[in-house]
Design a protein around this ligand. Structure first.
Ligand SMILES: Nc1ncnc2c1ncn2[C@@H]1O[C@H](COP(=O)(O)OP(=O)(O)OP(=O)(O)O)[C@@H](O)[C@H]1O
Ligand SMILES: [Mg+2]
Length: 247
């Protein structure tokens, strides 16, 4: 175990493919309140995993444990060492220009990779712009570039589209789908939007009462069509696990 409580080598000696994340029996409480209670989770390299769940069920807590920001009370948490989080808000440093934000904390030699990452998110030419001059969608793309340049093996996304308008949200979802297909990090996407999960993820789970109430592989072809009628069955099932649509 490391200082942060997250072991950095997922799956040794299993003989099979080494997963990006392996959690066994994770328990996390805040005071008297147990938030995560026996969570087991394995995420393969390059797998896109989406996590749904009512507000306050511990989704962010689970991401924070994976990021090494929160120490588990019990259980084993193993994850590949390069992990990066993108949040609902871009969290840019206002006093630094865009490229400096992307390469924050990295050596000067990372600037070229930073420029490439900005180009990948469609922000070529924004290197010297100040964060305050960006639209919400552009700022969030800078946050994605900042994650990308770190070449994460595990990308943790905590409602990264929630603050965007509907059209920007769809475009940014498509961008994330494309970036993840190209770079193949393992992804944990926390979202409240069932359709977003079905659009992006290989696997979708519902966190409820401290553990997973559902965990299903999504057998829809890619690229995903927002109107694929086959998505309706999944949607109904996940909504019912979320307590919506059934008596
Ligand atoms: N540092 C903390 N101290 C005390 N309680 C906390 C702390 N962090 C989280 N909690 C509590 O743990 C529970 C789960 O919080 P968490 O933020 O993980 O929920 P969530 O599923 O991400 O919710 P949302 O969908 O609203 O973002 C909440 O009841 C919250 O108040
Ligand atoms: Mg949250």
């Amino acid at each position: 175990m490391t200082e942060t409580g997250v072991g950095t080598e997922a799956g040794t000696g299993t003989g099979g493919a080494v997963p990006a994340v392996r959690i066994e029996g994770l328990r996390k409480a805040f005071g008297a309140k147990t938030v995560l209670d026996g969570v087991d989770l394995e995420i393969g390299r390059g797998e896109f995993f989406a996590l749904l769940g009512p507000s306050g069920t511990g989704k962010t807590t689970l991401l924070r444990v994976l990021a090494g920001l929160e120490r588990p009370d019990a259980g084993t948490v193993l994850a590949a060492p390069r992990r990066t989080t993108v949040y609902q808000e871009p969290r840019l440093v206002q006093s630094r220009r865009v490229l400096a934000n992307v390469t924050l904390g990295l050596p000067r030699s990372a600037r070229q990779a930073g420029r490439r990452a900005l180009a990948e998110v469609g922000l070529e030419g924004y290197e010297r712009a100040w964060p305050a001059t960006l639209s919400g969608g552009e700022a969030q793309r800078v946050a994605l570039a900042r994650a990308l340049v770190r070449e994460p093996q595990v990308l943790l996304l905590d409602e990264p589209f929630a603050a965007l308008d509907a059209l920007t949200r769809m475009r940014t979802q498509d961008l994330v789908a494309e970036l993840c297909a190209r770079h193949r990090p393992a992804v944990v996407l926390v979202t409240h939007d069932v359709d977003e999960a079905l659009r992006l993820a290989d696997r979708v789970a519902v966190l409820r009462d401290g553990a997973f109430a559902a965990d299903r592989r999504i057998g829809l072809p890619r690229p995903r069509d927002r109107d694929d009628p086959a998505a309706a069955g999944y949607r109904r099932s996940f909504l019912s696990h979320l307590g919506v649509g059934e008596p």
